[in-house]
Design a protein around this ligand. Sequence first.
Ligand code: HPA
Length: 251
Amino acid sequence: MTPLAIIGGTGLTQLSELSIIKRHKINTPYGSPSADFIVGELNEIQVVFLARHGNPHKLPPHKINYRANLWGLKQLGVEQIIAVAAVGGISSSMVPSQIAIPDQIIDYTYGRLHSFFEDSEYPVTHIDFTYPYSQNLRSQLILAAAKINLPITPFGTYGCTQGPRLETAAEIIRMEKDGCDLVGMTGMPEASLAKELKIDYAALSVVANWAAGKAEGEITMADIEHNLEAGMANVTHLLKTFISLHKTSGN
Ligand code: HPA
């Protein structure tokens, strides 16, 4: 099977079903990654797991060293990444605790170190980013969800905000007009850095809450945690199914 990594976000600081084989502490030319890279077995297949916010969860989205994380995964030979992250639901189909597999991105972040191609040692490079996610990996995840009858939304435009605060209601109205179905804070520059390193990348977005102004009242951490708990159980089931399908197809 193609060497696979799972990046876990809020609500997925560790993969409890992973039987751990090794931990790699990697220093990169870009600094320290969020945490040790954990190599373990899930459904008898080796995967690398990285806690995006550190373990324990301590790094806010704008402080994550995305370049070090991606560089470290490349050093470990990873060729595919499934990125799990909590999001807010903007479109009516993006119901809390459900999973979406987005197909597009709009980037609203600023000030993040977002490219490997910025030093004079590299020629100026403009990667193609028309389709930010790997269509192949997305299709396989959609197939795995169908296999276990897990209702997911198999598309959607992910809007990446700077955080760490949540958005205003007006910002969400603007994002909706822009075409965003989901809002999160960590999808960029993670996706484009993966593309720069030629690593296939797909996202499992777990809806933690209705985005600002989409439901009555304030968004509370308690609600987010409650919805994520339900969603993450499905993520683990989906990942295990994806791996077992992968194993039999020999991909
Ligand atoms: N906005 C941005 N990021 C998020 C949200 C949200 O509402 N919920 C979970 N991550």
